[in-house]
Design a protein around this ligand. Structure first.
Ligand SMILES: N[C@@H](CCC(=O)N[C@@H](CS)C(=O)NCC(=O)O)C(=O)O
Length: 248
């Protein structure tokens, strides 16, 4: 008899920093999973139905979401905790630091949310970014896809409001304080590094070998002024990738 073991499924957006948090933690522990690309609007209703017991209808459905049998993890932080439980050893969440890492993840989320709005705004300034992925389509299909693309962006802008008065620069200063010129936030590499590195993806993205982006899409994720001002953080992030981002 052939035993069929189904792999956990990770619904994700490949170039998204939230999905990257989950993938990095899973890859770090060498956990096998099946990636299922997610697209807002189109895939959302089916996924919402699938996870309805865990994600209440009132709640926003976001990816990454990991489904392992009956267990559903609907937030990157929970996926990372799952990866640690399924992995060989406790490394990403050393017990005495779990609460601190959770707080730092909150900082990462607040900053990512603000920076996402900047990326949406840049999409309007760089229309080539929208067309890039549609370039090979026939004209009619391209026009329709472009309209759908605009609807999706408008929907996402409404879904993720940013009116909490926080400042991107101050939050980046907070990360700088946490890094404090050291290679790692804790004594060794942990999820604190993974999560605090991710907002930098919306200032100066990592190389394509880590997260593949289109040429114009990359431009929507670049902020040259902040990249200059926080070049120390980018150097820290690049080193983390070089040493710790295992490729799948
Ligand atoms: N706290 C969540 C936030 C995830 C999040 O904001 N995901 C966004 C960006 S990838 C998303 O699902 N966007 C698509 C959509 O909202 O339909 C996590 O860390 O998993």
């Amino acid at each position: 008899m052939v035993l069929f073991m189904s792999l956990p499924e990770l619904y994700c957006i490949d170039y998204s920093p939230w999905s990257e948090k989950a993938k990095w933690a899973l890859d770090f522990h060498n956990i096998k999973y099946r990636k299922i690309p997610y697209s807002p609007l189109m895939a959302a209703p089916a996924l919402k139905f699938k996870v309805r017991k865990k994600v209440r209808l009132r709640n926003k459905l976001t990816v990454p979401i990991l489904i392992d049998g009956n267990d559903i993890y609907a937030d990157s932080f929970d996926v990372a905790r799952y990866s640690e439980r399924s992995g060989q050893s406790e490394q990403l969440f050393p017990a005495p630091h779990v609460e601190r890492i959770k707080k730092l993840d909150g900082l990462s989320e607040r900053l990512l949310n603000l920076l996402r709005a900047e990326v949406f705004a840049r999409m309007e300034e760089i229309p080539e970014a929208k067309l890039e992925k549609l370039a090979k389509m026939p004209d009619n299909a391209r026009r329709v896809s472009l309209m759908i693309f605009d609807v999706i962006v408008k929907y996402l802008v409404r879904k993720y409001p940013t009116d909490n008065g926080e400042s991107i620069r101050l939050l980046l200063e907070d990360i700088r304080g946490e890094v404090n010129d050291r290679p790692y936030i804790l004594d060794s590499f942990s999820y604190a590094d993974i999560t605090l590195a991710q907002p930098l993806q919306f200032i100066s993205p990592v190389k394509d070998e880590y997260v593949k982006l289109g040429k114009f899409q990359r431009k929507t994720m670049e902020d040259n002024e902040l990249a200059d001002e926080f070049s120390d953080l980018l150097a820290w992030r690049d080193k983390l990738y070089e040493i710790h981002r295992r490729q799948k």
